[in-house]
Design a protein around this ligand. Structure first.
Ligand code: PA5
Length: 451
């Protein structure tokens, strides 16, 4: 198969000989543990064989639902946060026209996102924007009780019903949630919304290949069959049947752990040279941050968009504290061709670029940056995508997920829980006097009065 590729030579050159290979036996054991469910977090391994278990009938059903929404809506608002949001946004922004919003001639609905913040101005402006839109809502929450999402959904549902009437609104609201529990499930069943189940054994940040990601992506007019095919091929390429030396997920996990555990590289900066990949990095940050940042351990996942951020963060990366390494997502072939034109006067002095593709200039910026950063003491990993399309993005998603599972086990943490996320929620509910939090409310008020 044509595949995404991994280059690590400019990272391993910073390490002592054999440092990466020393992690291989443990990486092989981690892959087995993911397959056999023998380590902590084994109740959340539904993602491991997910791509190969998705049926054509299931994808057709998702595409059918997307068709209904696409026919009835010019705008679809996806309400969700964290794992119930970032994957869909990452894929959609990577693959749709950057100016979909401005150039939309009705071919695809605009996909908007809500329920991922509690910004009053954002929500108010969104509601105002939707006033003259034929909009639908995809309400995504595994627990069905997440405050940010529930709050946005209540507003959106009311507005949708007010604008369309209750019966019509029911046809354009879809719920993606738990099979039985949570407010989102109760509402969906009572109102008769079309709904999908998020499998119990797939955690939020690993759920992009469930309806959580697939439905919004299909609504955007993207090819979910190819997306899943890419993921499926990567699943096959990263099983325990493949030697660790040839398994790119295992190699990536081993190299980043060697840099972190042996070399004090505590921060991984995921860099791209395509603005469309911004949200892929946001999704990746959650995947690795929530999976590895625990027990006072974990590489801090940061991200930059190049060349944009070379003019903001470039100085830090080149000459700041040497606690970083860089992982660049590099796209080999641009899907479009744009040539620099000739200019008679050449006032900008750019005629030396005449006839060149914009992508050629970008590639030289990428190479120049890699060499400069390596010279500056920043180990460099490259993940090469042959092109930006559904198939390779599907591969990339599964590659990062598999590497994350392996890497978490190499680090000695349970990569599939996120106990730390509860701390802010507990305080927020106590501060808002949520029923059931009376004791916490009392304690937090006492604490605040003493500070
Ligand atoms: O990865 C995770 O588990 C989290 O980021 C969740 O996806 C996020 O908190 C949203 O949760 P829910 O889907 O229950 O609303």
């Amino acid at each position: 198969m044509n595949s995404i590729r991994l280059e690590v030579a400019k990272a391993t050159s910073f390490l002592e000989a054999g440092a990466v290979e020393n992690f291989y036996p443990e990486a092989a054991a981690a892959i087995k543990a993911l397959e056999e469910g023998t380590r902590p977090g084994n109740d959340f391994l539904g993602w491991v064989n997910l791509p190969s278990s998705i049926t054509d009938a299931f994808l057709s059903d998702i595409n059918e639902t997307a068709k209904v929404l696409r026919e009835k809506c010019d705008t679809i608002v996806v309400a969700g946060i964290g794992g119930s949001y970032l994957g869909a946004r990452a894929v959609i922004e990577a693959l749709q026209n950057s100016f979909q919003w401005l150039t939309n001639k009705g071919e695809n609905p605009n996909i908007l996102f809500a329920g991922n913040n509690i910004g009053e101005e954002y929500l108010s402006e969104l509601c105002e924007y939707l006033q003259d839109k034929k909009f639908g809502v995809i309400n995504i929450s595994k627990s069905g009780t997440t405050t940010e999402t529930a709050l946005a959904f209540r507003l959106l549902r009311k507005q949708c019903e007010d604008q369309r009437g209750k019966d019509e609104a029911r046809k354009v609201i879809v719920a993606i949630t738990d099979a039985k529990k949570g407010a989102a499930r109760i509402t969906a069943d009572k109102e008769g919304y079309k709904s999908y189940v998020i499998p119990d054994n797939v955690g939020g940040r690993f759920s992009v290949l469930t309806p959580v990601g697939l439905l919004p992506i299909a609504c955007a007019g993207l090819d979910i069959v190819q997306l899943v095919k890419g993921a499926r091929d990567m699943e096959e390429a990263t099983t325990s049947k493949v030697s660790v030396e040839e398994n790119i997920a295992a190699r990536y996990a081993a190299v980043r752990n060697a840099l972190y555990q042996n070399h004090g590289k505590k921060i991984e900066i995921l860099a791209n040279f395509q603005p469309k990949l911004h949200y892929i990095a946001e999704w990746w940050k959650q995947l690795y941050g929530e999976s590895e940042g625990k027990n006072l351990k974990g590489i801090f996942p940061a991200a930059v968009d190049f060349t944009t951020d070379l003019h903001s963060m470039g100085q830090w990366i080149q000459e700041g504290e040497r606690s970083i390494f860089e992982t660049v997502i590099s796209v080999e072939q641009s899907n479009r061709k744009l040539l620099f034109p000739h200019d008679e006067e050449n006032l900008d002095g750019l005629n030396f670029l005449e006839g060149k593709r914009v992508d050629e200039v970008n590639k030289m910026a990428e190479l120049g940056t890699q060499l400069a950063h390596v010279d500056g003491g920043v180990p460099n990993i490259r993940i090469i995508l042959p092109a930006l399309n559904e198939y390779y993005i599907g591969q990339l998603i599964y590659f990062f997920e598999k590497a994350c599972g392996i890497s978490g086990y190499l680090l000695g943490v349970n990569p599939f829980n996120q106990p730390g996320v509860e701390a802010y929620k507990k305080n927020m509910f106590a501060l808002l006097n949520k029923p059931g939090y009376e004791e916490e409310s009392k304690k937090i008020q006492e604490r605040l009065s003493q500070e």
